[in-house]
Design a protein around this ligand. Structure first.
Ligand code: PEP
Length: 249
């Protein structure tokens, strides 16, 4: 069965406490007044997780983190465990975002260990994959994404305990989006790769990410095989993010 659509907002390293409360409360009010909503997750910076978690409490909106450490605890200054994320109210955690793969040299093996930690803590990892422009130009996009999935997916992953986000690196924060045809083709590659040797592939949630906005959400979200969006920049604007939410409601 096709999964219930999902829209996740990745606030990246943006926001203040006041802005977080305002944005979360605005979206809570809209979601409570709506006839139907998809799954909605807000992923603020770590320091704002508890604030946002309190602001959305009692609403259909849940909270996700942007990263976790593979270990439960210990001498890892500046890091946050998946257990602590769960403790402060998270439901999801993004792992392997291309900005972390690039800025922190995160390999597929590291991403996999983070996804495993998330599952062990009772969180749903949103595992990000996606090719760079040069990989696409070289005709390697499908192989790169296949390799990232095979290398990053925990062996205990099922279609309902993980989410995969396909985010072409060249489309993130650039205003460029993949064409609906390219998105459809790559989502089919993602699902096929995940589904190999299993029967639950149709139930997997695959999000598209890369410059999704209110103005292009309808066409991207109606692509077969797309189950929602991971949204960066546009998730910081309540009206624009709500338009994206409505495109799948
Ligand atoms: C992201 O950060 O995951 C993302 C898709 O960003 P943007 O929507 O700004 O391209």
């Amino acid at each position: 069965m096709a999964p219930r659509p999902m829209i996740a907002g990745n606030w990246k390293m943006n926001g203040t406490k006041t802005m977080a409360i305002d944005l979360a409360q605005n979206l809570v009010a809209r979601s409570k007044a709506a006839a139907s909503v998809p799954r909605i997750a807000l992923c603020p910076p770590a320091a704002l997780l508890e604030t946002v978690s309190r602001a959305v409490s009692g609403s259909p909106i849940v909270v996700g983190a942007q990263d976790c450490h593979p270990k439960d605890k210990g001498a890892h200054t500046g890091d946050t465990s998946a257990w602590l994320l769960k403790d402060v109210g998270c439901t999801y955690v993004i792992v392997g975002h291309s900005e972390r793969r690039a800025d922190h040299a995160e390999t597929d093996a590291i991403v996999k260990s983070k996804a495993e930690a998330a599952l062990a803590a009772g969180l749903t990892p949103i595992i990000c994959v996606g090719e760079t422009q040069s990989q696409r130009d070289a005709g390697k996009a499908n192989d790169v994404v296949r390799g990232q999935i095979l290398g990053s997916l925990p062996s205990s992953a099922t279609a309902t305990n993980v989410v995969i986000a396909y985010e072409p690196v060249w489309a993130i924060g650039t205003g460029r989006t993949a064409t609906p045809n390219d998105v459809q083709d790559m989502h089919a590659v993602v699902r096929e790769t995940f589904a190999k040797g299993r029967t639950d592939g149709a139930d997997l949630t695959i999000l598209y990410g890369g410059s999704v906005k209110g103005s292009n959400a309808k066409s991207l979200m109606s692509v077969p095989g797309v189950n929602g969006a991971l949204v960066g920049g546009a998730s910081l604007d309540a009206a624009d993010f709500w338009a994206i939410i409505q495109s799948v409601a």
